[in-house]
Design a binder for this molecule. Structure first.
Ligand SMILES: NC(=O)C1=CN([C@@H]2O[C@H](COP(=O)(O)OP(=O)(O)OC[C@H]3O[C@@H](n4cnc5c(N)ncnc54)[C@H](OP(=O)(O)O)[C@@H]3O)[C@@H](O)[C@H]2O)C=CC1
Ligand SMILES: O=C1O[C@H](COP(=O)(O)O)[C@@H](O)[C@H](O)[C@H]1O
Length: 489
């Protein structure tokens, strides 16, 4: 029996035939049902434009769920219960008159969770039409990223939503915040005095945040080419990871206490001037190469590609946080598609001890690092120095890990997908893992200066082979500071 009691809601999924709903949201809802975390009375309304018979749509959803969960996770009785909660309604989200049929299906006495798995351009119309149908008061709205493509356009989206919904009922998704290991950052930092007392410029020399993917752009060229890796990944996921790593301790776990601290970090990010861009930021684009041992095309050779595109599929940069805690501690961020390995990790590099007493030739060995692995093999590893074993060894140092691999250590618990956690939090009315309007806007403000700098400089991305760690210039970026990216093979 689950310890959590979740109230009954009507869950309206706008964009139910889309990629995100099919691959992530319906499977996540099924998993919540399987875990006993959907109230018996909860109903799911699948909404999209396609005028297919509801039975056909429900069969399609069932098929999609089965295809995306492990065989041992298919429980036929849960599947029947889950499908029994669903209803499909064909509507055009921009047409106010289509909302009358929606309103008939919404229980008046329960929260309505309106999840917008549609392009952001439709968010404003959905909000207005929900309000027009008298559904706004009971609704929590969930907005998918990206919110806009720069500061100005994100304000337009946020303002369109704010006309009908107060911030306390707006849930902006950044799915990285739903990942177990990302939430663990809060536990690691603030439930262990061991780390928090070391968490500043006195003890830490630099921090690396890597989110490397092996996938290319493939069928998503149209969307991705308008965005690029800065907008698709850095503006949201990497800056959120930076905030959670760098923020001061919140006074409690209330959503706004955490979000206030994250905003302070974003406000303290040093601008990167046009003169600094070439030294501090590297843009890359993958050329042809190998992925998983197979040859793969370059970005410009993907289906429907514009061969002139200068959109980046990789970015690395050095960020500096201008505050007391982080003065002089660079944060090196990098993220890219078609890289050598799928790997998301935060590496905290601690400073050398203040006085050195061991053999001089061993000095370069001395290093303490905390590695927070988000994916794959979620876990935490602390590299510490010890003495080599044996009578013949003398005081020879070696570096070894204190390791916590979550799936090995906590064998009984499956690691839930980020969307399962986030859907559950919305149903509970908890905004901790969602991004507030000002966070989005400060993050855009910082990214806009980079976009503007590149455009003024006429910067073109540097080509890197698919299956590598990005352009050589990215290695130079960190080597210039006498450091190297941790763990690149
Ligand atoms: N796919 C992903 O992995 C991720 C997606 N996102 C975000 O999630 C959102 C959805 O993305 P994705 O699923 O890929 O997009 P899709 O284009 O695959 O799906 C969009 C859905 O919205 C429906 N829709 C759009 N406009 C209307 C309308 N006026 N009336 C009725 N239905 C409409 C579409 O129906 P129809 O086909 O009939 O147009 C479709 O069901 C986007 O904001 C995206 O940025 C964020 C992170 C990852
Ligand atoms: O938001 C996005 O995230 C995915 C990567 O997510 P992950 O959970 O697999 O790390 C990325 O591929 C996609 O381009 C981006 O829109």
């Amino acid at each position: 029996m689950p310890a959590i009691i979740v109230e009954a809601v009507t869950f309206a999924l706008f964009g139910a035939t889309g990629d995100l709903s099919t691959r992530k949201l319906f499977p996540a809802l099924y998993q919540l049902d399987r875990a006993g975390l959907l109230n018996e009375q909860t109903r799911v309304l699948a909404l999209a434009r396609e005028a297919a018979p509801p039975e056909a749509q429900l069969a399609r959803i069932e098929q999609a769920v089965r295809a995306r969960i492990a065989a041992e996770e298919v429980d036929e009785s849960v599947m029947q219960r889950f499908i029994g909660r669903l209803d499909y309604l064909a509507m055009d989200f921009r047409r106010a008159e289509d909302y009358a049929s929606l309103a008939e299906r919404v229980a008046p006495d329960r929260p309505l969770i309106a999840y917008f798995a549609t392009p952001a351009a439709v968010y404003g119309a959905i909000c207005e039409n929900l309000a027009g149908a008298g559904l706004a008061e009971q609704s929590r709205v969930v907005l998918e990223k990206p919110i806009g493509h720069d500061l100005a356009s994100s304000k337009v989206v946020n303002e369109a939503v704010a006309r009908f919904f107060p911030e306390t009922r707006v849930y902006r998704i950044d799915h990285y915040l739903g990942k177990e290991t990302v939430q663990n950052l809060i536990a690691l930092r603030f439930a262990n005095s061991l780390f928090e007392t070391q968490w500043d410029h006195n003890h830490i020399s630099h921090v690396e945040i890597t989110v490397a993917e092996t996938v290319g752009i493939e069928g998503r060229w149209g969307y991705f080419d308008q965005a690029g890796q800065l907008r698709d990944m850095l503006q949201n996921h990497l800056l959120q990871l930076l905030c959670l790593t760098a923020m001061d301790p919140p006074s409690d776990l209330a959503a706004d206490s955490i979000r206030d601290e994250k905003v302070k970090v974003l406000k303290a990010l040093a601008p990167i001037t046009r003169e600094q861009i070439s030294q501090r930021v590297v843009r890359g684009q993958y050329g042809s190469g190998y992925s998983g041992g197979k040859p793969v095309p370059g970005y410009l050779e993907e289906e429907n590609a514009n061969p002139e595109s200068s959109t980046e599929t990789f970015i690395s940069l050095r960020a500096d946080i201008c505050n007391w805690r982080w003065a002089g501690v660079p944060f090196y961020l990098r993220t890219g598609k078609r890289m050598a390995q799928k790997l998301s990790q935060i590496v905290i590099h601690f400073k050398e001890p203040p006085f050195y007493i061991f053999a001089p030739e061993q000095r370069s060995l001395i290093t303490n690092r905390l590695i927070i692995r988000l994916q794959p093999q979620e876990g935490i590893s602390l590299q510490v120095m010890t003495k080599e074993q044996g009578l013949d060894k003398g005081m020879h140092l070696r570096s070894g890990p204190l390791q916590l691999n979550f799936s090995e250590t906590y064998k009984s618990s499956r690691i839930p997908d980020a969307y399962e956690r986030l859907l559950l939090e919305v149903m509970q009315g908890n905004q901790n893992l969602f991004v507030r309007k000002d966070e989005i806007e400060y993050a855009w403000q910082w990214c806009d200066q980079l976009i503007e700098g590149w455009s003024r400089l006429g910067d073109r991305p540097k080509i890197y082979p698919a299956g590598s760690w990005g352009p050589v210039a990215s290695i130079a970026l960190i080597t210039r500071d006498g450091r190297s990216w941790y763990g690149d093979l």
